[in-house]
Every structure is written in C-alpha cells, then in structure tokens.
Write a protein that binds this ligand. Structure first.
Ligand code: DGJ
Length: 746
C-alpha cells in the first residue's frame, strides 16, 4: 500500500518508487512534517526527524518546528497556512488531530479542476481532520500519492462544525516546511507577449512571493514556483515544484526563517479573499501539486508533464494527436467574409493543414474590438450562410472548422449589455473601468452561466465545429457582484472562477467532440486549472520565433508540449517587427501544438512548398513532438542568451527530434557541439536534418550515431569559422533521430 499509517507512532508515510512524504501527529496534537523527498523505507518510522517530545512547544516558540498546516498566534511566527476569524473577532486557532481515513484512488473535488486516478490502484489518499474545539472549525487536509509520478496532490477543506459564523480570511492549499533554507526560488514571470520567463531569486531570511490580483492567474506570474538548490541544473540536483490547479488570484510564497528552515505556501491569494462559513457549511480550496526531483529541473518538469497531460487533461482529446491548424486572426483581423476565409482554407488544405480556426469578429456587428461581445449570433454581413454554411465549405475541402469565443465578457455596445447591465461586474454608483472596450460578466451569478451555456450551445450546435478557442481579454477591475451581500464580496473572485469552471464543464459534457484551447490575450491564463477543461492553451500573442524561445522554454518548466499552442506567423512579426526565416519560425513552433496564424493566400509558390514540407515534417513526428519527453538542453536565460536547444524523445527512446537555435550570428566563431540527453545509450540512431540538406556537418546527414556517442560528444550545431554555408542571424537546426533496427539488433 502506498500509504502506511503507523498507529503507535501516529505517523503517515506516503510513498511510491521515487518519493516519500511523511508526517505525524505531535504530542501537541498538531501535525508535524517529517520528510518530503527521496523514498525512505516505509516499514520504519521517522519521528526522530521532527521535534522531540511535548517540550518542543512548551514555553518556547515553535519557530523551528516543521509543520504541515501552521496557524498563527500559537508560537509559530512564520507565515501561516490559514487565518480564520471567529465570532468574538479573534483569530487564535489550535488545529489538533481529530481522525484520519485512507482512501483508495483519489476523490474528485466538487466544482474544481483536479488531477485524478483512472483506476484505484493509480493513487491513494489520506485525509486527516484537524479541529479547533472552541470555534468548531474542522480542517481536512487531503494528500494523494500517485503510483507513477514523484508528486503529491494536496487539498484542503474547511468545515464549520460549530454554532457561530466563521470568516476564513486566508486558506492556503498547501504549506510545506523544509529543514534547511539553501534554496533558490524559480518563478515564471513576464507580461503580455513575454509570458513565463524564468526568474531565479535566492531565498534569504524573509519572504519572496509571486501573486495575482487580476481575477485570473495572469501573464505576469504563474501559479507555480520551484525551490532548487543553487547548484541544481537541468540534469542534476534537487528541486521541489509547487503548482496550483487554479485559474484565479493566487499567492505562491517562500520564507527563509532565522533558524535556517524554509516554508513555501501556495493557495488562493488572501489579499482580496474572505469566505463566510455559516454553521454546517464547507469550503473546498483548489488543489496544489507538489513534486520532488533528485536529478534536476528536467526530471521535475517530466513529472508535471506526465501528470498534467495524462491525469489532469480529460476527455477524448487527452490522448488524441492534435490537428495542425491555421488561425485567421493575424491574417485578416476583423476584415473577412466567407469567400476570403474559404480561400485561405483552400490553400491551407493544399499544404496539409487540418483545421481552420475562425477567430474574433464573426458575431454581432464586430468590425473592431469595440462592440458585440455577448451577442453570440452570426454576423450575416460577413457570413451570409451562417457558421453552418462556412463549415460545409471548409469540410468540402477536407478540413474541419474551429471557432473563437470570449464568453466571460460583454461590450457596452451590445444587445446583452442593454438588456442586462447588472450582469457586468462593478460597484453601483461608481464608473466601471473599460479595458479593450469591454466589461467582465459576473460569472458568480448562476443565471449568467446558464444564459451563456444556452447561447453557446446554440452556436456550437449550429454547425459541425470541432475546436473552440476560448479567449479572455481583460483582467478584473471593480471586482464586485451586485448579487452578493456586502459581507460576502470577499468571495466574489473565487465564485467567479467557479462559474467559469462550471460553464467549461457543462460545455465539455455537451460537446465532447470539441477540442478546447484556452487563451487570455495570449498566455494570460495558462494554468493547470484551465488544462482540466481545455487540453491546450494559446501560449502567447507573441509569435516571433526569438521571443518564443524564451516563452516556450519557461512554459515547459511545468506544462507539457501537448498544452503549448505554437504558431508560425507572418514577417515582419506583428508584435516585434522582426524578420526571421520561415524555417526558423517553424523550427521553434514544432515544439508545441503546431499551427499557422497568417494569410495563406499570399504565400509565394516557394513558401507553399516550404510550408507543405513543414506540415509534413510535423505530422510525421507529431507523436514525439506532442507526447514525447521534453528535454531542455541549452537555456535562453543563461550565458549570452544567444543559443537555445531542446529535444523531444519518445518514451521508448526510439525517436527524437532536436531543435537548436542561434539568435545572432557571430563572425569567426569556434565550433559548437551540443550533447544530447535522454537517448538509449545502446541504440544506434539515424540522424536526419530538416529541412533536407541543412546539417552543418556533412557526415551527419543521414549518418548513423550511437546513443552513447550522441549524449557524450553531441551533435555539431555550428561547424566553426570556416562554415561554407551562408551566414545570418536567426538560424535553426532541426534533427530527427530514429533508431536503426538492423544495427540495433546486431
Ligand atoms: C487575443 C488572442 O490572444 C488572439 O489570439 C486573438 O484571438 C485576439 N484576442 C482576438 O481578439
């Protein structure tokens, strides 16, 4: 059994082949943390790792003790896991052990996205109740250990078993104590068009944190941090990951204390949160996923990739290969009609593209971004035959149709707003701030969710639509619901996200054939919560190949390639004006869910041939590029940031695709070799360059190399000062590696 409860020691030991998570009931009744890290012998107990005896808390502060879910005001002066205000205004709590249950598998979280076990032998869960007598508060801490990944899922429920109302002011999903503070915190931060860049800060006495108060997880920070040893690299050293399966305001915070221990907590951001718990009521908080890797960030990412790809994403698209798409947004913006779209689709089909996505502007009277959000009826001026007429023509070409929607928003210039101004969030008597000329619908109101489900069901049922891009183009201001009483306004932001999840879940259930891609002005809500409903995410509005190296590298720290939407767009690039080759753009976009975002009708004959070759390459290697193990080789955040390299390797290690990129050319520079990782050292691989004939090293072209050789000595990505090929900036090298049967057998 992966969870052992030692009754005598009152100790829980969760384990799989790679990790152990151990805690016990201390003499005070509090839960003491003993270990999360390399697997330890589950038949033994580990009380010696925690505070000794009752004396540890008697007449001295509990600061140095490692605790599972610490409260304030009882001698632990570090950041607490929760703060709950009681009827008398006090916030003192004494959460002591009150019982536990071990459950096979992993229970679902009502209304919230969560990882799951497909069969009961894939995971086991222990739920521990800790209760405070005077207030009647019971907190249930749930821990699930997965059989196949070095991850522990944590979840917290608050229940009011008392007779008076409680106000939950802060309720973290996880708080993890580590016995030393020799860590750096890695966070994924940025902004619109430069999302999820890797930022590393040393842990020092005091706190470091990232958070969002935007009503969405945000482009600025991601609900994910890593604590790694200063010497940890991609391939070696310890790292802990802390990720929140949530799409709203979050806080991820680490603290080094004066006794040299560290605490990292993650959960709903307490800044704008309070929740009223009437007697008998329960509050379920989002799930946090903790991961441990002994061998580097690559191993940590692999754990998250597998868990999120295989046991967070749901539905028939989870395991299916994703179509190569073309999206008309950057090709036409709002300026299109049926014939223009069909002309674009027709070229797309000729070059092998499988799905045509119609972006913003197909509904109401939306010729600019200043109207019609909320009016989800087809604009017959542009599409006289409706979505169905367009879909039939697209299907006639042998493609399928995808559609853009932005359900959570309303334009002040819309029929919906005229009919229901109260459905837009805002404080009565105060102006509402418009961003991108739009307001946010109150998704905490069940009637709004019901209305959206009805109108969107009509749209999606009106034509054979196989894909939906669900956008969300502004963050929240004046976050206030006219439907909630004043003392419950602190619940609004969480209730909003629960409404979004509800609508997603209902549309998923009603339209199981539809592949959803989430989007928020690009990657402004790229989080695990969204992945439970939308298996892929539009990574960034920035499609420039150089910018994408950093964005996709950072994103891949926690999210799998199957989630990372990556498109080739036109040059000069619409976001940064850079001109890169079609090859460079595709070579970067290959490492994700590949597509195009441009006007295909303006391709030259050469470009058509090139694009057809790109699509054919991607389709041939789609399995490894969407579902392979992603191995980061050379970081765009290190050194002179001029070179990036990565690869995807199939689980059986028989196929791999390598991408190596150089931003600026360097005159008279020496040769560069790139050692690969993750291959089978005993296998022989055929190395093929894409596009054909571009290998910098003549002998590599179609050459055979041992896996051991490729990993020890590497491939030459730059031959040196006398490279006869044309020089230039923005160079990419793509290599396909395939095990050669006969040689391998011999
Ligand atoms: C923002 C998205 O990120 C873009 O791809 C596009 O869909 C626009 N919104 C449309 O308004």
């Amino acid at each position: 059994m992966p969870i052992r409860w030692d009754a005598e020691a009152r100790e829980a030991h969760l384990h799989n082949d790679r990790v152990s998570y151990i805690f016990r009931v201390l003499d005070t009744g509090w839960l003491g943390h003993l270990h999360f890290g390399p697997r330890l012998d589950p038949s033994r107990t580990y009380g010696h790792l925690g505070p000794q005896g009752a004396g540890a808390f008697h007449n001295r502060p509990a600061d140095p003790a490692l605790l599972e879910y610490a409260v304030a005001e009882r001698g632990d002066f570090r950041m607490p896991a929760c703060v709950v205000e009681q009827a008398d205004g006090s916030t003192v709590l004494d959460l002591v052990y009150a019982g536990h249950r071990i459950i096979r598998g992993k229970p679902a979280l009502p209304g919230l996205p969560a990882t799951y076990a497909e069969t009961d032998d894939e995971a086991e869960t222990v739920e521990v109740d800790i209760a405070d007598g005077p207030s009647g508060l019971t907190v249930t801490l749930a821990y699930s250990i997965f059989r196949d990944v070095p991850c522990v899922a944590r979840n917290v429920r608050f229940r009011n078993d008392g007779a008076t109302t409680l106000r939950v002011r802060s309720a973290m999903s996880s708080s993890l104590d580590l016995p030393d503070d020799d860590w750096e915190m890695v966070q994924l931060s940025g902004a619109w068009a430069r999302e999820r860049h890797v930022v590393t800060r040393p842990l020092a006495p005091g706190r470091v944190s990232v958070s969002s108060a935007r009503g969405a997880s945000g482009a600025e920070h991601n609900p994910f941090v890593v604590l790694k040893r200063p010497a940890t690299t991609e391939a070696a050293g310890e790292a802990y990951g802390v990720s929140l399966v949530y799409s709203g305001d979050f806080l991820a915070e680490a603290e080094g204390d004066s006794f040299g221990t560290a605490r990292v907590r993650i959960g709903v951001d307490p800044e704008n949160f309070t929740w009223t718990l009437e007697p008998g009521a329960e509050l379920v908080l989002p799930e946090a996923i903790l991961a441990y890797a002994a061998d580097g960030l690559g191993e940590l990412s692999d754990a998250y990739h597998r868990l999120y790809r295989d046991r967070l994403v749901r539905g028939r698209w989870r395991d299916a290969l994703r179509p190569v798409l073309v999206n008309n947004w950057e090709g036409t913006y709002f300026d299109f009609d049926e014939d223009r779209l069909v002309a674009m689709a027709s070229v797309a089909r000729d070059v092998g593209i499988e799905l045509f996505v119609l972006d913003d502007g197909w509904f109401g009277e939306r010729d600019l971004d200043d109207s019609s959000l909320g009016d989800w009826t087809v604009d017959r001026r542009k599409l006289p035959n409706g979505l169905d007429g367009l879909a039939r023509r697209i299907e006639g070409l042998g493609m399928s149709l995808g559609l853009w929607i932005e359900p959570e928003m309303v334009s002040p210039r819309s029929r919906l707003f005229a009919a229901h101004p109260e459905w837009a969030i805002g404080v009565p008597g105060r102006p509402r701030t418009e961003i991108r000329n739009q307001l946010v619908l109150d998704m905490s109101r069940p009637e709004v969710v019901d209305h959206l489900f009805a109108v969107l069901s009509d749209v999606l049922g009106s034509a054979p639509i196989t894909y939906v891009k669900w956008d969300m183009n502004r963050n929240m201001t004046e976050a206030y619901s006219g439907a909630l009483p004043p003392d419950r306004q602190g619940e609004f932001r969480h209730r909003y996200i629960l409404g979004v999840y509800d609508l997603y879940a209902r549309l998923n259930a009603a339209f199981p054939q539809i592949l959803f891609e989430s989007c928020a002005s690009g990657g402004g809500r790229f989080d695990p919560g969204m992945l439970a409903y939308a298996p892929q995410t539009w990574t960034s509005d920035d499609t420039d190949a150089v910018e994408r190296l950093a964005i996709q590298w950072g994103t891949s720290l926690v999210y799998p390639l199957s989630a990372i939407g990556a498109h080739v767009s036109a040059v000069p690039n619409h976001q940064v004006g850079r001109v890169t080759s079609l090859t460079m753009r595709a070579a970067v976009a290959f490492f994700g869910v590949f597509g195009y975002e441009l006007d295909t009708t303006v391709f030259t004959d050469d470009e058509r041939r090139e694009v057809a070759d790109q699509v054919a390459f991607y389709v041939a290697h789609r399995d490894v590029l969407q579902r392979g193990r992603f191995v980061r080789l050379k970081s765009p955040f290190e050194g002179d940031r001029n070179e990036t390299a990565w690869m995807a390797v199939s689980d059986d290690r028989r196929h791999a695709v390598v991408g190596a990129y150089r931003v600026l050319d360097r005159p008279y520079a020496g040769p560069v070799r790139l050692p690969l990782r993750g291959l089978d050292p005993d296998a022989v691989y055929r190395v093929t360059a894409w596009p054909a004939g571009t290998a910098p090293h003549g002998e590599l072209e179609g050459g055979l190399r041992g896996g051991d050789d490729l990993m020890a000595t590497g491939v030459v990505v730059r031959p040196g000062p006398f490279d006869p090929r044309p020089h230039g900036d923005f160079q990419a090298l793509v290599l396909a590696l395939d095990v050669v049967e006969e040689v391998a057998a011999g």
